[in-house]
Ligand binder design. Structure first.
Ligand SMILES: NC(=O)c1ccc[n+]([C@@H]2O[C@H](COP(=O)([O-])OP(=O)(O)OC[C@H]3O[C@@H](n4cnc5c(N)ncnc54)[C@H](OP(=O)(O)O)[C@@H]3O)[C@@H](O)[C@H]2O)c1
Length: 301
């Protein structure tokens, strides 16, 4: 055990603010895998990175949608490869990484972004629901990381960016299973970041707040009501810009919506206070629903 050496590597890494280097990366010519690139944050990230001269690999299940994104990138003079992949199937994820190595002989960035939501109370959530959402949102990312690490180790550099959520910092009611997948991703990223200190491989977390994408339409919903984000909503482009910023200057973590940082800090100080605020917000949403039902607008707000 070279504990002393490890300790000094850690000190050096910490003095760079958790980065393996203090220099802004030139992204031109780098190879990036983006999972969940067929819509929303993944699509915008792919377009933004391609605009920086990154060769992007687009992974998700819907091939026609991936093709559309690739065509947009081609039309702008960028370079994109599509690899239809179901992140819940480990051998498909491993095949994705193999194909990228065969094609480009390197992987500079892995952006684990694929994911979906599940709106249900814990009592309504089945064990199968939990297993399925874990397979996509967490285990898929884990398998991708395990497959990409030997490649990045051999290169002596690389960057893994995991898209978690503010819900991975403070769980949301009626999203317990989803929040659990994001807490798991946060835990994995934090462990890995320290384990890889000094290796030249960076690990970053991106925690978006509510973002205008297909997420809320696609999410599995057991609540019997239409679910929409509470509070301000950011654009997928804003989150994509934060991811590109991280790719240029690796940092441990970015919470993309600044006021949400206060939520995380306040929750650490007083979870009871945040429980209370969330109960108030649910109460207000119920009142609004009842008022609109009484006014004849029907349920489902
Ligand atoms: N929108 C928000 O409010 C919000 C907030 C915080 C965090 N996030 C996180 O941001 C990430 C991107 O979400 P988004 O908002 O951009 O939603 P989105 O528009 O619904 O995009 C989700 C992406 O994940 C892919 N995906 C889902 N299941 C998959 C599977 N089994 N295998 C491969 N790909 C899969 C989808 O592609 P296919 O359907 O084609 O497979 C799609 O490209 C997610 O991890 C989400 O949890 C979103």
């Amino acid at each position: 055990m070279h504990l002393e050496g490890q300790f000094f590597k850690l000190v050096r890494w910490y003095s760079h603010g958790g980065r393996s280097s203090d220099m802004a990366e030139d992204l031109r010519g780098k190879v990036a895998i983006i999972t969940g690139a067929s819509s929303g944050i993944g699509k915008e990230t792919a377009l933004a990175l391609a605009g920086e001269g990154v060769r992007v690999v687009l992974a998700a299940r819907r091939e026609p949608r991936l093709r559309e994104v690739a065509e947009m990138i081609d039309a702008r003079g960028g370079q994109a490869l599509i690899v239809p992949t179901d992140m819940s199937v480990p051998h498909e994820v491993e095949r994705l990484i193999r194909m990228v190595v065969e094609r480009f002989q390197r992987i500079d960035l892995l952006i684990n972004n694929a994911g979906y939501g599940l709106f249900a109370s814990i009592e309504e959530t089945t064990t199968d629901d939990l297993r399925r959402i874990m397979e996509v949102n967490f285990i898929g990312a884990f398998v991708a990381i395990k497959a990409v690490l030997p490649v990045m180790r051999q290169q002596g550099r690389g960057h893994i960016i995991n898209v978690a959520s503010v819900a991975g910092k403070r769980a949301l009611p009626y999203s317990g299973a989803y929040s659990a997948t994001k807490f798991a991703l946060v835990a994995l990223s934090e462990s890995l970041r320290v384990e890889l200190a000094g290796s030249g491989i960076d690990v970053s977390l991106v925690c978006p707040a509510a973002t205008a994408t297909e997420f809320f339409q696609v999410a599995e919903n057991r609540t019997g009501r239409r679910v929409r984000p509470v509070g301000p909503v950011q654009s997928a482009g804003e989150v994509a810009r934060a991811i590109v910023g991280l790719a240029r200057r690796p940092r441990p973590e970015v919470i993309t919506f600044k006021p949400a940082r206060a939520l995380v800090v306040l929750n650490a100080v007083s979870p009871r206070m945040i429980d209370w605020a969330m109960r108030q917000s649910i109460k207000r949403a119920r009142q609004r629903r009842e008022e609109s039902t009484a006014a004849g607008a029907g349920p489902g707000v």
